[in-house]
Design a protein around this ligand. Structure first.
Ligand SMILES: [Zn+2]
Length: 443
């Protein structure tokens, strides 16, 4: 799909004189693929619009106050009637608008935890007296799912997957594999600090798992629609992951050391991550949110996952699925995070679609070193050690091993990875595997 479409503004900004806190309400439509448009505006959640002969499918529906304007944009771009709305989570700026489309007969789809969260009436004293008011029953989902569902709409496969305990307890990510587009909801707020709704089951480790789901289903051409902010790329999602983990780690260590929230803020862990966090004030708010949640809610903090020495913190650019071909063989690697912050790798070699070789690898931290333990099928375990890693490369060595004696990974942008094995007595033999990021698929 031509990426140049990304910059096309299909309709000029639709501006109404309606004032909101002194601002003019602006709704913007950006065509990102021939049949896909993103409607965004103000602080409301981004709507992904899939149009075609079957009718229109929306991912999220904005607030009651702004959905009318979003609806005008749909008319402007000539979208057929809305037949489906998929919600990424319960927050009102993503779900209140459901009522408008449900009233016209649309099916409203959400993870099964949504109705319960939408109907809660609670005041959260720990977060400035945030009052969660019950949703209009007319905006509730008409169809729920537990783990995932797949639809075929306008010739596009639409895969909806639940990410447990992340931004909330009922998050859904929406993947259109043929269009190569992901709407990842508020698991990714682009160019704004993340929010974790601890009181609705949100957790940092689920946020990271959701981002990893995005990394595992993206390549160099994927467009990642965030809950808020501009449409992003795999690289921007990876950068956001690094920021989220770095700040969580910094605050987790402050909490463990008995620091106060003011001390945690005074350490300014957000400084290297500006402008991703917008301003020092917003960074302070995020530090306060993390401080509160790590103390009260986050089991991974208690398990010690958030530490700068973990492979997750040092080699996040390995995460995802990688593929290359050589001599008629397809070689794949898949890297995921283990709950303790170590990394698990799976390697597979296929010839004509048939598995000819498989191995598992585990990278764990041992003090300052990283230990790479490879278990090729049918052979003894081989262990390699790295005495350091840069932010874009790592080399593991084992001089006593027959071949290879050296294994290196080098990051090439955000969707490329060069793996190299080298060694051999009587003349060095070097093999390079120029991997590209691919969507992991089912295997
Ligand atoms: Zn949200």
């Amino acid at each position: 799909m031509p990426l140049s479409l990304r910059t096309t503004l299909l309709c000029a900004c639709l501006v109404t004189p309606a004032a909101a806190q002194g601002n003019v309400m602006v709704m913007r439509a950006e065509q990102i693929r021939p049949n896909l448009t993103v409607i965004s505006g103000f602080a409301n959640g981004n709507i992904l619009v899939l149009t075609g002969p079957d009718g229109t499918l929306l991912v999220d529906a904005q607030s009651a106050r702004r959905v009318g304007l979003a609806d005008s944009v749909l008319t402007n771009i000539g979208a057929p009637p809305v037949r489906w709305v998929i919600n990424t989570h319960y927050h009102p700026d993503h779900t209140e608008g459901n009522a408008l489309f449900r009233g016209r007969g649309a099916e409203i789809i959400g993870q099964e935890k949504l109705p319960g969260q939408m109907l809660k009436d609670t005041v959260i004293d720990l977060w400035g007296g945030w009052h969660r008011t019950p949703a209009d029953p007319a905006s509730l989902p008409t169809r729920t799912f537990r783990d995932s569902l797949t639809m075929l709409v306008n010739g596009e496969r639409v895969v909806v997957a639940h990410i447990p305990a992340a931004h909330t307890d009922g998050d859904a990510v929406v993947w259109l594999p043929d269009a190569n587009v992901i709407h990842i909801g508020d698991l990714f707020e682009h160019e704004a600090p993340p929010f974790i709704d601890w009181w609705a089951g949100g957790r940092v480790e689920g946020m990271l798992a959701g981002v990893d789901w995005g990394l595992a289903h993206s390549d160099s051409a994927t467009l990642v629609v965030p809950g808020h902010g501009p449409v992003g790329t795999r690289g921007e999602l990876l950068r956001y992951r690094e920021m989220l983990l770095a700040l969580t780690t910094a605050v987790s260590m402050q909490v463990a050391a008995g620091a106060t929230v003011q001390e945690a803020q005074a350490a300014q862990p957000g400084t290297p991550w500006q402008p991703l966090l917008i301003s020092p004030k917003r960074a302070d708010e995020f530090v306060a949110l993390l401080y509160l949640g790590l103390q009260e809610f986050e089991p991974a903090h208690d398990r010690g996952r958030f530490h700068p020495s973990t492979p997750e913190a040092r080699l996040p650019w390995l995460l995802g699925c990688w593929e290359t071909s050589r001599n008629g063989r397809t070689i794949r690697e898949r890297w995921t995070v283990v709950p303790d912050g170590s990394l698990a790798g799976q390697g597979r070699t296929l010839r004509d679609g048939r598995l000819v070789n498989a191995e598992t690898v585990h990278i764990a931290a041992h003090g300052d070193t990283l230990r790479y333990a490879a278990n090729p099928s049918g052979q003894a375990e081989a262990v390699f050690v790295a005495f350091g890693a840069t932010d874009s490369s790592v080399t593991f060595t084992n001089p006593a091993h027959d071949y290879p004696t050296r294994i290196s990974y080098r990051r090439r942008g955000a969707a490329g990875l060069d793996a190299e094995i080298a060694g051999g007595s009587g003349g060095e033999r070097v093999l390079v595997f120029p991997y590209e990021a691919v969507a992991c698929g089912a295997d």
